[in-house]
Design a protein around this ligand. Sequence first.
Ligand code: ARG
Length: 421
Amino acid sequence: MKKTVLAYSGGLDTSVLVKIIKEKYDSEVIAVTVDVGQQENLPKIRKKAIAIGAVKALIIDARHEFADSYIAPALKANALYEGVYPLATALARPLIVKKLVDTAREYSAAYIGHGCTGKGNDQVRFEAAIACLDPMISVIAPVREFGLSRDYEIEYAHQNNIPVEERLVTYSLDENLWGRSIECGVLENEACEPPNDAFAWTLSPFDAPNYAAYLEIEFEAGIPVSLNNKRMLFAELISELNRIGGLHGVGRIDHIESRLVGIKSREVYEAPAAVILIKAHQDLEKLVLTKDLLHFKPYLETTYADMIYNGLWFSPLRNALSAFFDEGQKNVNGKVIAKLFKGNVNIVGRASANSLYIKNLATYQGHDDFDVSSSKGFIDIWSLPFKVNAMINNGAKPGNGNQVHAPENALENEELLDAAK
Ligand code: ARG
């Protein structure tokens, strides 16, 4: 019998698929659940897949790989889709696909299956990543191919004794170390504030403590390595920040999002660690990067975030951009102090051995090392092109009532004009 490696989350879509794939594709199902830090009972999810009829159910622990090889490059690039979404779901997809492809090869599976609908980004991410890693593997997408609606799936689950959790009916959820994505149900009314039951990681800022938390985060080459002077693995540090940030109501995001497939959708996220770390990282970069690199980098950051969102993680351009970001992070070392208070995170202090901030240059008080006498010559040359432009194009235009006289030294001006030709 043919085999299908199914990306299995234990949720509504993928649970009904275990049975539907057997029926419709005449294929055994190997359920693969990749642990990317979702706070779920994975052994229970594994048992559920077997109970529904999978011939094998694997849990693959990829938390550290996710943190070190997917989140870390995204953090170096301050990756935020449309300026706000830290890309939790989008970043985990390529890693999940990598594990699916490895498993499909190991078990000589004919297909890789996923439970994405035909309207979302995730179908694109799954299938584009598979095409990049192994163009010979066929993909099946039963939810799309048979137009399975959520209502149909709930009914099918009840008829086939497939347990459905209440919260999975209320919302469509996806969760990993870098954040929690919440969709569907009442959230589809974009005019209404998300109800509190949509959130699982964060307290409402209203209920958050009345005191602030101060966090000292140390970075090495753009990556956080310690929290409050305690060295931690990156994955652990992220979990800890999710916990503390959540307690202080930090990291709720309510976003009208432009999907790759052309639809606008209302998306709600919780991402305390991502929000804190991107802010802290951006602040440290301001201290240590030269102005030109600091100002140029955001152009590529936007491209990078778009590529992650659009499912092109395994593309040559994404790799090349990563090499650019790695190179630019060599001096991003130092400590940042983040203050969390009732849903806000503010960076209130920073220090680095690579700091380009020299107090004796910047100070307005007393003696300094800045030679103000150089400023005049600098300003003359800096404004020269605009002075010339103003003389030629503004002053000299007839009829503007502001006729300019020939410069006193007309010869010099002619030389200038000749040189410009
Ligand atoms: N809109 C987000 C994205 O495209 C999140 C998708 C989350 N998926 C879900 N099943 N809730 O990355």
